[in-house]
Design a protein around this ligand. Structure first.
Ligand SMILES: Nc1nc2c(c(=O)[nH]1)N[C@H]1C(S)=C(S)[C@@H](COP(=O)(O)O)O[C@H]1N2
Ligand SMILES: [Mo]
Length: 220
């Protein structure tokens, strides 16, 4: 994993990082052992498969909006221009899909979730996140995973604009969790006091989805 984004800490005041400094969101839930890169039950692929509900929304950057709502001090309603004006980061991460393929070293560019959260400022009661996308897809995850160091709201992959089939113009990438948690065509982020099931989670998938613990289905 790499991160070429080093300037944000110096630019932020101590008070702005208060939500992060409280620590409970950011304590290591990552269960990846240092010696193993491929999670159990996964195999490597070189191509990048497309998986979704079959409706790939076409969103122009003129009409695109990203909302951040719920337990935040400053609700956000960002236009494409406002989103582009946020600090931009690059992350290189692995993808682990619950259908057993993994793909190493994907280079993303966009806005790190931590930088977005610095603008919205989660309230202390915020523990979970519900994501809602332009195709009606929803998925849930703990705020600690959403705010992980390498999580990014990606607009570019391997130096090119993110294509529509992979969630362009913007998708979330949360490398710590199975890829179904990485919402494509992301439209709205709700910070919640407790976990609630999204689309696949209501249909038998695991509420957390940690590939290192093989949390594929509810009950795993
Ligand atoms: N909006 C939206 N996001 C989504 C999905 C979807 O159907 N709609 N599918 C999820 C699933 S199950 C997977 S495996 C990944 C696939 O992303 P990819 O098509 O870029 O490989 O997107 C996730 N994000
Ligand atoms: Mo998936």
């Amino acid at each position: 994993m790499s991160d070429d984004h080093t300037s944000s800490d110096s630019k932020l005041t101590t008070s702005k990082r208060r939500w992060a400094a409280e620590g409970k969101f950011l304590t290591g839930r990552i269960s990846r052992p240092e010696t193993e890169r491929l999670p159990p039950g996964q195999h490597l692929v070189k191509t990048w498969p497309v998986l979704d509900l079959g409706q790939q929304p076409l969103i122009s950057t003129e009409t695109w909006r990203l909302e951040v709502r719920g337990l935040v001090e400053t609700p956000l309603d960002l236009t494409w221009a406002a989103f582009q004006a946020l600090e931009q980061s690059t992350k290189v991460t692995d993808i682990h899909c619950v259908t057993t393929w993994s793909r190493y070293d994907n280079k993303w560019k966009g806005v790190s979730t931590r930088d977005l959260l610095d603008h919205a400022m989660p309230k202390p009661e915020a523990l979970c996140v519900m994501l809602t996308s332009y195709d009606g897809y929803t998925t849930n995850l703990p705020l600690s995973d959403f705010a992980a160091e390498d999580a990014i709201l990606a607009t570019s992959w391997e130096g090119l604009p993110l294509t529509r089939d992979h969630g362009g113009p913007m998708r979330l990438v949360v490398p710590n969790l199975y890829f179904w948690k990485s919402a494509k065509w992301l439209r709205r982020i709700d910070l919640l006091p407790a976990d609630a099931a999204g689309f696949w989670e209501k249909n038998g998938y695991h509420m957390h989805g940690d590939p290192w613990r093989e949390q594929r289905y509810s009950g795993d």
